[in-house]
Design a protein around this ligand. Structure first.
Ligand SMILES: [Zn+2]
Length: 497
């Protein structure tokens, strides 16, 4: 185990409005006031924000930022330092968070990573080994499989691989790039539609950077244990929907009282100075409330009816967001945690009843911290709470990367492909659905009619009975029986050329 990965990290995650920031400050105080036994040499904690909206400057209400009072002197990092219109994505956050975590370790303070963007936390813990940096130079010798694949390339494919475009090229080059990936690494190519140029290019970039087929890298990963970047104790703060939803509604009402609409107006003014229309899926403009109140604020009358609609829409969006956050934890994070073995454990804390917060949340979290985890001992499943077992058994088992590849296999329908430069491609799992589409049935009938015509012509020349004429009447019937239509070769072919 490396020196870095033996250092501890505490992560507090969960849906919006569940009390993550409050627990973080409470734990930081427990650590700094040495209220807990056996936590030496650690003294105090620092909070590193993992909420993608709270990185924006100002806009404290719409992003539900913790106030200076609520921080109670605990240092908080990566909050409020980006401007409206700026983007800030997972790789940038990790680049900024890692030095802060390492500095906290050096100064004997426990890093507390706190926020609702679980995606960020997961990538911090389990770095994506397939990520291309674009700048690294390859030092490993190419694998045998890659050498063999490179030899099989056509000269123009070799030229294309040697000078991969840096930007996404015109659509004409898309099929050539997919063809190149198919020639090099058919397993990986089968995963992408030829129109997924960005992803095809990325796979080719991965091959080039690692000197391995992308499928070889996947296979290697499938067999590996996941080693988290730090020994991590995760607290999942959870509340039942019937207790959380009224709290979220109440918070929205409070946000409006505190001046939410003024903040949205400020954002709208800032948006006017940006080039192009506002993209609600980018940066701060994803903050719930901005889009929901746009109709109301656009309307010169600003009627109470429009206001009520905006409020209802904001309540609905907030609930949906909370559901998505929980889904990420149960579907994406929980399945991989067991692969981390003794280096990660999760404790689920029930924050449903705010009246029993101290007993159910604060004290349970404090006692979990007194396990030998902070002294450098392995943690692992034993540290996880009993309720965790329930969630783990309900979670989908982790798919290996190879299983993921298989599940994403694409296939080409030769029947529906009219132009070989524009193959009709879709997920293999969609084959049955595709077969019942009007487009495919029509293509199948066209092919069958041609076959009958050929048979008929042949029968004319060799004098045998022209059987095919019996079918002629049904050929234009849209609702012709499936059994007749799909009795033989129905056009399916593997995406691998
Ligand atoms: Zn088809």
């Amino acid at each position: 185990m490396s020196a870095i990965s033996s250092r501890p990290l505490i992560a507090i995650l969960g849906s919006t409005g569940v009390g993550k920031s409050k627990l973080a400050v409470e734990l930081a105080h427990s650590l700094s006031r040495k209220l807990l036994n056996g936590v030496e040499p650690w003294s105090g904690a620092e909070v590193i924000n993992a909420d993608s909206m709270q990185v924006y400057r100002g806009l404290d209400i719409i992003t539900n930022k913790i106030s200076e009072d609520e921080k109670q002197g605990v240092p908080h990092h990566l909050i409020g330092f980006k401007d409206v219109g700026e983007q800030y994505v997972v790789h940038e956050w990790i680049r900024d968070a890692v030095p802060l975590i390492e500095r906290a370790h050096r100064e004997h303070r426990v890093p507390l990573v706190v926020g609702g963007t679980t995606y960020w936390i997961q990538h911090l813990l389990f770095p994506d080994r397939l990520a291309t940096s674009g700048t690294e130079t390859t030092t490993v010798a190419p694998s045998d499989a890659l050498v063999k694949a490179l030899k099989s390339l056509q000269p123009e494919q070799t030229r294309l691989f040697d000078s991969l475009p840096n930007i996404v090229p015109e659509s004409a080059a898309a099929l050539e790039l997919h063809g190149l990936l198919t020639a090099l690494d058919p397993v990986t190519a089968a995963r992408w539609h030829w129109k997924d140029v960005r992803k095809v290019l990325r796979s080719l970039g991965v091959i080039k950077e690692h000197n391995r087929l992308a499928s070889e890298l996947f296979e290697a990963q499938s067999m590996q244990q996941l080693t988290p970047r730090y020994r991590t104790l995760l607290f999942w703060l959870n509340a039942s929907p019937d207790t959380l939803h009224p709290r979220l509604d109440e918070r929205i009402a409070q946000m409006v009282k505190n001046g939410l609409l003024d903040e949205i107006q400020t954002m709208r003014k800032a948006a006017d100075h940006l080039s192009g229309p506002v993209d609600y899926t980018q940066g701060i403009f994803q903050a719930i409330g901005y889009k929901e109140f746009s109709d109301y604020l656009d309307d010169p009358q600003r009627t109470p009816h429009l206001f009520d609609e905006a409020m209802e829409s904001m309540r609905a969006s907030t609930r949906k967001y909370a559901q998505r956050q929980i889904k990420w934890i149960t579907n994406k994070l929980l399945p991989v945690l067991p692969l981390a073995g003794q280096d990660a454990a999760m404790v689920v804390l029930d924050a449903s009843d705010l009246d029993s917060w101290d007993a159910e949340v604060k004290e349970r979290a404090q006692s979990a911290l007194q396990c030998p985890f902070l002294q450098g001992a392995a943690i692992g499943p034993d540290a996880s709470s009993a309720s965790m077992a329930h969630y783990l058994s309900a979670a989908r088992p982790a798919r290996t990367p190879i299983e993921t590849l298989a599940a994403m296999r694409k296939t080409t329908c030769q029947l529906c492909t009219k132009d070989p430069l524009e193959p009709v491609m879709f997920d293999e799992a969609q084959w049955d659905k595709h077969r019942s589409t009007r487009q495919h049935k029509r293509a199948l009938r066209r092919q069958q009619n041609e076959k009958r015509l050929q048979m008929y012509r042949r029968s004319k020349t060799d004098g045998s009975d022209p059987v095919v004429t019996h079918y002629a009447g049904s050929s234009e019937d849209e609702n012709a029986d499936d059994g007749v239509l799909h009795g033989d070769g129905d056009g399916k072919s593997a995406a691998i050329g």
